[in-house]
Design a protein around this ligand. Structure first.
Ligand code: FES
Length: 306
């Protein structure tokens, strides 16, 4: 397969500045490989799996994003994630050190690679008040978020001591309160650590990619946790019916998520990017999210027509 490397909308170079912004990090919070769904089917790769991309020079592990934007046999991986923000995602390590004799440019848009599913025994997701010191997982990707950090994790060996793992990751001492939920049958473990100030962090472990709303989990870092019900809600991993989930952030300027856009379209009052801008303000500042809003509108039209 042919690898193309490049930039994403909200980051610049190796994120030395943009990686400090929780708003910019909310849009795409981890490194990924965009793959055509036909290739995904052929290689047994599903959306949100972890994948290994290997060249003659090295290999990386990133999240799979199935998309028809890529043609078959082509992969796109962004260039921004260094060792500062992810364990094993430096796409430049895949590019052979052979340069054009005139420009000195390496073949950043045309690298022969092999793609396979990373055989993860577990997946994890955590939100934390403080940046974790050491993360004992093969795959991890860190991003700033409102009130702290969010981390995606994955590994090939399940821990014998998830409680110890959770305490170390969350930075919870013996004096802090640690709530836990375990379901050995499905391989799910959930932890939430609290001190007097509120939530120190929450950690979700599953055999498949963790199905917890990221934007909801991030908001809990700043939420009032004085009521026990709020603390147990963290373990449930979802907002109550009274608190709608905005979904993955599309418009970083106004923190508008996919679910909000989809719900507004479903109301029948909005049919264009301009309408969405009027209703939610999304797309009305820098405008860089307008293409993505348009893609959501088009997907919605196709689904409504089917
Ligand atoms: S990201 Fe700037 S207007 Fe949406």
């Amino acid at each position: 397969m042919i690898l193309n490397t490049g930039r994403v909308r909200d980051h610049w170079h190796t994120m030395t500045r943009t990686g400090k912004s929780q708003r910019l990090s909310a849009h795409l919070a981890e490194p990924y490989a965009e793959i055509n769904p036909v290739d995904g089917l052929r290689l047994g790769i599903r959306d949100a799996d972890l994948v290994r991309v290997k060249s003659s020079c090295g290999e990386i592990v990133v999240r799979a994003l199935l998309s028809k934007r890529q043609s078959e046999n082509a992969i796109f991986v962004p260039m921004h994630w260094s060792g500062q923000f992810a364990s094993i995602a430096r796409v430049a390590t895949l590019v052979p050190p052979i340069v054009d004799p005139h420009s000195g440019q390496p073949a950043l848009k045309n690298v022969q690679v092999h793609l396979s599913r990373f055989d993860a025994a577990w997946y994890g997701f955590a939100v934390l008040r403080s940046r974790p010191e050491n993360i004992a997982a093969t795959y991890w990707a860190l991003a700033r978020c409102a009130g702290g950090w969010r981390v995606e994790l994955g590994g090939q060996e399940r821990s014998e001591d998830w409680t110890g793992f959770a305490r170390a990751l969350l930075g919870a001492s013996k004096d802090d309160t640690l709530l836990a939920y375990h379901d050995e049958k499905t391989g799910q473990h959930r932890y939430a650590a609290f001190d007097q100030k509120g939530l120190i962090g929450a950690f979700y472990i599953a055999r498949n990619p963790v199905a917890v709303s990221r934007s909801w989990a991030v908001r809990q870092l700043a939420a009032d946790m004085s009521a026990p019900a709020e603390r147990y809600r963290i373990l449930a991993g979802r907002s109550g019916a009274d608190l709608p989930d905005p979904g993955a952030i599309v418009c970083a300027c106004y923190s508008v998520g996919t679910n909000q856009i989809t719900a507004t379209l479903a109301s029948g009052e909005c049919q264009s990017v301009k309408d969405i801008g009027k209703a939610l303000k999304a797309g009305t500042n820098c405008g860089s999210c307008r293409a993505e809003i348009n893609a959501i509108i088009n997907t919605n039209r196709v689904e409504a027509g089917e």
